[in-house]
Every structure is written in C-alpha cells, then in structure tokens.
Design a protein around this ligand. Sequence first.
Ligand code: ZN
Ligand code: ZN
Length: 608
Amino acid sequence: MTLRSSLLAVARPLTTAAVAAAVRRGDLAGAVEAFASTPRKTAATYNCLLAGYARAPGRLADARHLFDRIPHPDVVSYNTLLSCHFANGDVDGARRLFSAMPVKDVASWNTMVSGLSKNGALEEAKAVFMAMPVRNAVSWNAMVAALACSGDMGAAEEWFRNAPGKEDAVLWTAMVSGYMDAGNVQKAMEFFEAMPMRNLVSWNAVVAGYVKNSHAGHALRVFKTMVEDAVVQPNASTLSSVLLGCSNLSSLGFGRQIHQWCMKLPLSRSVTVGTSLVSMYCKCGNLDDACKLFDEMHTKDIVAWNAMISGYAQHGNGGKAIKLFEKTKDEGVVPNWITFVAVLTACIHTGLCDFGIQIFQTMQEVYGIEPRVDHYSCMVDLLCRAGQLERAVDMMRSMPFEPHPSAYGTLLAACRVYKNLEFAEFAAGKLIEQHPQSAGAYVQLANIYAVANRWADVSRVRRWMKDNVVVKTPGYSWIEIKGIRHEFRSNDRLHPQLHLIHEKLDKLEELMKAMGYVPDLDFALHDVEESLKVQMLMRHSEKLAIAFGLISSPPGTTLRIFKNLRVCGDCHNAAKLITKIEDREIILRDTTRFHNFRGGHCSCGDYW
Ligand code: ZN
Ligand code: ZN
C-alpha cells in the first residue's frame, strides 16, 4: 500500500465506489489496494475487482481465486468470471462454468454468444443464440458483429434485417465496419447514411474504414466534417486513424493542421495520439519534428519508442535508431518483436552486418522472441549487403515459412550489384511466379542480363513479359509545396509551370554531365530512337518533381518527393548528383523505402 492511500484509508474507509473508479481508470493495482482497504465487502465490491481482472489479460487465476472467496456470488459475479475465461481464451473453462451456473440472465447468454464468436466458435455461438430464452439488443448486436467480423457479409446482412428495433447505433456500426473490412466502401457508406442515429464509434468506423481502403482523402474530409460541424468530439482513436491517413497520403500540411488542432485538447497528452503524431511526421519525411515531439511526450510506451526507432531506421539514420534502442534499457521499456524489426532495419541502413546478426541472436536468446518473417527479411537484406549472397539464399531456403516477396526483391537488387546471374534467375523466377503480371522483376532481370551482354536472354525475358500480358502501372511522383500537392506523370504535359521545369532540368543535365553523368538507357523504353530515349529519361516523373521542387522552394530547404512505384535507377543517380549541385537534401519515398539523398549519396547505399 502506498503512503498516500494508507493515509486515505485511515482518514476514511474506502468503498466499493473507490474500487470501481480504479478499475475504470485501468489501474488494477489501485483497485486491489482499494479492495483490501474496504472494510465491509459486499458482492458488488468483489464484482468490481473481478471486472478489473476481466479486462487485464493473464489474470484468470487471480480472478478464479477471488471468485472462490465471494461469500454469496450473484449472477453478476458469474457473468464477470465468464468473460474472464473468454478474455484469456479459455473457452472450455467458460463452457464448464456456463453449464454449472445456478442462475443465468440475458447477460450470461450474451457473454457466451460474444465470447464464443470472438474465440472463433461462430457456429456454437449461433446455436447458443438460438437456445436463448430471451434476447435483447445486445444479443443481436453480438451476433451481427460476429458475422461481420468473420467476413460473411451476406449472413450479417440477413441477421441485421431480422433484428428487431434497429435503433441501436452499435448494430449499424457493426455493418459499417464489416463492409469496410471487406473492402466494400459503397455498401458501408449506404449503411452509414441510413443510420437513424450515429455515435462516435460509427464516425470512427467510417474514418478508419476509408483509411484502410486507401481513400485517405475521404477520411480527412469526414474528419473535417466531424470537427467543423461539431457532430461528435473526436477521440484518440479518431485521431490515430486520421493521422494514419495523412501518412498514407504523405500530406505533411494536413498532418500539421491536425497537430495544431490536437494541441488544444487534453487528448494531445495521450500516448496513442502522441505516437500517431510521431509516426505521421516520420512517414511524411519530417524527422526533426517527430523527434521533438517524441522528446516532449510525457509518458512513452513501447509503441511510441518503436515509432521513433522505425522512423530513424527508415530514413537511413541507423546510428540514431540503434542509440535509441540502447536507451530503452535505461528507461526500463521492454522491446517487442516490432522493436527488433526496426533495429535490424537500422543495421541494414548503417551497414552493420555483424551487429545485426548479433541482434538477431540476442532477440531470441535474451528476449525469447521467435523470429517472424519480417526479421528473416531483414537478415536476408543484411547478408545481401555484406555480399554474402550464398548465406542469404541458404537462410531463405531454410526459414520456417515462405520468404516475403521483398526478400526476393532485395536478393535481386544485390544480384545486380554483385553481377550474380544464378541467384538473379532464382529470385526473379520466384517474384514472377508470385506476381506474373507485375513488370518489376522482368525489367530488373532483363537489365542484369543486358549488363552481362546476354542479349538472347534479354529478348527471352521480353517475350516472357509479352506472353504473361504484363501491364506496367503508370508511374507518377508528387511533391507538396505550400500545402498543395503537385503530381507529375512521366513526360507530363499538364503542369502549368512545365516550361520553367524543363528549363531547370536542361540546366541540371548540363551540370550533371560535367560531373560525369551518363544517362542510363537501361531505364528508358527500348523501342524508340537513342536521342529520344535520353530526352524521355530526362522527363521522368521523379525528375520533374525534383526540378519543380527546386524552383518553387527557398534554397537550402529539404525536398520531399513521393513516388507510387520503385524509384528508377537513372533518377536515383541523377538525384544524388543534384543534391551536390544544388546543396540540398532530397527525401524520396517510393514503394519500398525512403531514399535520403545528401551530398551526392543516398542513404540506401544503392540497394533497393
Ligand atoms: Zn527515372
Ligand atoms: Zn537510394
């Protein structure tokens, strides 16, 4: 017992209300203390603490022990213990308790229905529902939500139609979330529009659903409506979704607006919101603001630490990421598997192969964390960068699951650097097998053959592409200037300042050539004339966005460019030189990683 609470206990005996309050705060230790200092314990006192155990994972034994001490357990005690069993995945224990219960009310049945369905026993849940003597709105909500969660929207809708009343926002929201999860945005919105009353949870379902379905722009608009029309007050979960939307759109401007708006609310001190802001700034390419915010956070859990460590790692600032990881030990934060993905990523970007291998062992031996597919992908990357292609391939063949496509991608990139045709064929073959219609692997393999002067193989790959009807996704890049997003296609003809952009690019081309730049025609289309090839290469979307950024922002400021595909090799080369010519930092995010160009180098070390 703490001094403060023991003084309180002397001054005024604690009551059931104090136990309940501590449980509501999520302060289980406080609840136990308050419970111990309550002199006359009723069944309600026991039930309150029991409810606390039901919310905390891994406390089933304590809950059982407490239950056995209740002099006269009532139906609420039984129901609470029942949900404890479900919360800990002990379905058998729940079944036994349910059949042994002396009295059951509608809440007992409802607990069985939702507990069974959440633990994957959907059919049994249905049977229990059918056997219920009386059903209320909660019973229907539980069943519809269970079906929607299982992805069977046809069945969910049928049950929804049969539900009586339908005035409950929970019931409707289950349908909205279900359709959003199933990727059917239109249906989800039909349900949302038709709702007789909406609450915060329904609004959150829409915002999160839009983000999940890559309609981040819509998510931001819905959020604006919520705030401007003061429909409902957003909570931490709304803000997390909408900030994730900003990250997906890489919209630093809107992210900043939300940040400013948050600062006016007590909510801004919550760990969840703080962490979402940190990762929004990281993903939008603004590491300085992320770091400042992280330092200012009052409390940090491992999720917050992970956001910052990954932020550094993804931006190629491996040293800082590793230092921050070391600091978790001093702060008494226990790293989890995500932390190790971030640290291994940091090792990759810093070229710390041996240290990475050591971390991989420490993770298993000291922290008892089983390596997941992401950890193996990092290890493959580390070994590839160290030129140990053979070891990388061995690891891919011996790992307990099918390697992630990105691991094959890394191997293929390494094969380009180390000119290893054998493994290139292996990696490209696997990638093409998984996505026969995506151009990336074919193009890379053809480039590797071309460098080795194996022209027959180059045309074989081209034919292969034709046979598989490979569609090239049109590439585009964008940059945000003064809050406005400017998008460029390759060979763009739409941007109003195209004339100035071309002028800038022509100047840059001259300066780059003086520095030894040779246009890399491997990345140009093959069926056009040589001079046209060079010209088209200079009009790639990445280069247009860079040139536009240079002429529309003050000297010395960092450019943040985004591309919907993997950055092309020639643009990568050009960007390196341009940072030197213009003395600017360029951050380019593509589908695989951040490229942080500075002083003629890229943080990826040319592996991507
Ligand atoms: Zn390019
Ligand atoms: Zn790079």
